[in-house]
Write a new protein. Structure first.
Length: 89
């Protein structure tokens, strides 16, 4: 990359099967925020579980941890690649 170049957003994305819609694309950060929001809303009023359970059940097992890992890896690679390829001089 040249000195004039810049790095755009590096938010990892997932393509997930969501029946009956098909496939949807969602950012890892949005997925984490949705889980956190569901947790807080259910914690404040357990009746909210009726709203959130069907939504959360659409996601495959382990997706929340995968999202966290993807964000961590993206940050790590972003730093490494900036040093290795853009800021090497």
């Amino acid at each position: 990359m040249g000195r004039h170049s810049n790095l755009g957003p590096i938010d990892p994305q997932f393509i997930l099967p969501i029946p009956p819609i098909g496939q949807v694309s969602i950012s890892a950060q949005s997925l984490i925020e949705e889980f956190e929001r569901a947790k807080e809303e259910v914690k404040s009023d357990q009746r909210n579980l009726l709203v959130w359970a069907p939504k959360i059940q659409q996601y495959p097992p382990g997706i929340l941890e995968e999202a966290r890992n993807a964000i961590d890896l993206t940050k790590e690679l972003g730093k490494e690649w900036l040093v290795k390829y853009m800021l090497k001089d």
